[in-house]
Design a protein. Structure first.
Lengths: 248, 286
């Protein structure tokens, strides 16, 4: 049984085919990157996997089960979590509250709605642990709006980790970051990979980062799957080189 | 001085009643992005249910419970049948909720008859306190205290509880809440029911305050609640409390000193806020 796969996944917007018969497999605990020029359909592909868009054609399978008809919320609960290209945190909540919201959403604890959430120490402890992991524990009481762009991206990752999903879909986690901010987020992703418990699909443009992290790379071009293989195979693939150098 | 204090207490009590109506409205508006013009209908149903229960049982507590139950049931039905099909479409929301408001108003006449009903104050809340020359009517003080208690209770739920955090986050970014695996529509339903129950509770307290209940009072108070939400800021509970007190006090003082302007003062306040701070005084999102 393949952990995650798509078969002929396609979506059309009017006459435009944004994702075009993409079939891929993602083995469990593998780190796979998705690359391609702007407009290649990478984020749309993620939106299909996470359930925010419905495919025109094709199928997505997770642990052998079709995800047809499964909502975005239920896909998260099944174990597919995602981050966004555009920063998505709750600006008027504190850093702590942002992460606690994610922690409590996957928590199995059931308690009366009128009971103070502060009385459940395990929620707070887990929240602090996650904030430590992304080096934001010292900013827990700041509002998310007070964080730098790079820190907001780290906060997003902490929220994603809090969901404890088996699959992480990371959509350009370094987008909009200054060069000084990139190493910090890279370290966080490295440490997640080293723990070896997650299956990760990463969209990125920074090739050195992709080559450093990935077990495999898939290349999208005009919505089609151009190539899929190890970093070495992809780097040597002439079709990929031509696509990036403008041969298409 | 006694006169000023009495006008102040009167305005504060009216403000608190408007707050009870506006509190639900601001959360529904802020979290669900729903323009519910039928909210005043829930208020008037609460008022009639309370008067009917009070007349039948002579118990003010049962009257309040009857109003709350009516609010919960009507809130559930309204969300499921009227609101849910028009999520995301403001024009449809305005049309259908305005229509439903008329239905709720007319249904009052069908169920309770076309005439207004007299509403009495329970004996333990009747009368007044005299402090020097100042006479403070007990029931008005009761409304003021109840308003602050309800505000504190909602603030506690919003700031301290699990569901409150979801509601606050939902006001800021519904899509992101869903991305965290939370079924926001369930939260919408609970919030709507809570808002409806609050409106009905406000109606129940309003009845003895005004002495009579009539079918059209929902329309009058519904408009005031919308003005309060606009002034206070969409989704902001402290904003609604502040604006409700402001509207209550302005109405009370103007009714005494410049009666000709008393009806216009709320609109003038809203216009000033919209010109200088269109997002409202305490907007939860900018």
């Amino acid at each position: 049984m393949t952990f995650m796969q798509t078969k002929d996944l396609t979506i059309q917007f009017g006459g435009h085919t944004a994702v075009d018969h993409v079939s891929f497999t993602l083995p469990e605990k593998q780190f796979k990157s998705v690359i391609g020029p702007n407009g290649a359909g990478k984020t749309t592909f993620f939106n299909l996997l996470s359930g925010e868009l419905k495919p025109t054609k094709g199928e997505i399978f997770y642990k052998g089960e079709s995800l047809r008809g499964v909502s975005a919320v239920d896909r998260t609960r099944l174990g597919i979590g995602r981050s966004y290209q555009i920063t998505n945190v709750f600006p008027n909540l504190t850093v702590f509250e942002n992460v606690r919201l994610a922690v409590q959403s996957k928590s199995k604890i059931r308690y009366p709605f009128w009971k103070s959430a502060h009385s459940y120490h395990e929620l707070a402890e887990e929240t602090h642990e996650l904030l430590k992991q992304v080096l934001l524990d010292n900013k827990a009481q700041l509002f998310a709006s007070q964080l730098s762009h790079g820190e907001k991206r780290k906060l997003e990752i902490a929220m994603l980790l809090a969901l404890d999903t088996e699959v992480l879909l990371l959509d350009e986690p370094t987008a909009g970051m200054s060069l000084e901010e990139v190493p910090a987020i890279l370290n966080v992703i490295h440490s997640i990979k080293e723990q070896g418990t997650k299956t990760i699909l990463l969209i990125e443009h920074k090739m050195d980062m992709i080559l450093d992290l990935s077990d495999s790379i898939m290349v999208l071009f005009n919505g089609k799957l151009l190539a899929d293989g190890t970093p070495g195979e992809i780097m040597e693939n002439e079709t990929v080189q031509q696509a990036y150098l403008g041969g298409y | 001085m006694e006169l000023l204090i009495n006008i102040f207490v009167n305005g504060l009590a009216t403000g608190m009643l408007i707050f009870l109506l506006a509190a639900g409205l601001t959360l529904i508006f802020g979290l669900m992005d729903v323009l519910n013009f039928a909210h005043g209908g829930l208020f008037v149903w609460g008022a009639f249910a309370a008067v009917w229960t009070y007349t039948a049982t002579d118990s003010f507590m049962l009257a309040i419970l009857g109003a709350l139950l009516t609010g919960v049931v009507l809130g559930f039905v309204t969300e499921k049948l009227i609101i849910a099909p028009v999520y995301g479409n403001h024009v449809q929301q305005i049309l259908i909720t305005l229509g439903f408001m008329l239905v709720l108003t007319e249904m009052i006449k069908v169920v309770f008859g076309p005439n207004q009903l007299a509403a009495g104050v329970p004996s333990y809340l009747a009368g007044s306190f005299e402090i020097g020359d100042v006479i403070l009517i007990k029931y008005r003080l009761f409304i003021i205290v109840t308003g602050f208690v309800v505000f504190a209770l909602i603030q506690f739920i919003l700031k301290r509880t699990k569901i409150g955090l979801i509601v606050r986050a939902g006001v800021l970014n519904k899509d992101m809440v869903q991305a965290l695996g939370i079924h926001i529509k369930k939260v919408f339903l609970y919030t709507f029911i809570a808002g409806a129950a609050l409106a009905a509770f406000g109606g129940a307290l309003m009845a003895p305050y005004s002495g009579v209940v009539y079918a059209e009072m929902g329309l009058e108070f519904g408009i005031l609640a919308f003005i309060v939400v606009v002034i206070g800021g969409m989704g902001s509970l402290p904003g609604s409390l502040f604006a409700a007190i402001l509207v209550g006090l302005a109405g009370s003082f103007m009714a005494y000193y410049v009666p000709d302007l008393s009806l216009a003062v709320n609109m003038i306040l809203m216009a000033i806020v919209l010109i200088f701070r269109p997002q409202g005084l305490f907007a939860a999102r900018g």
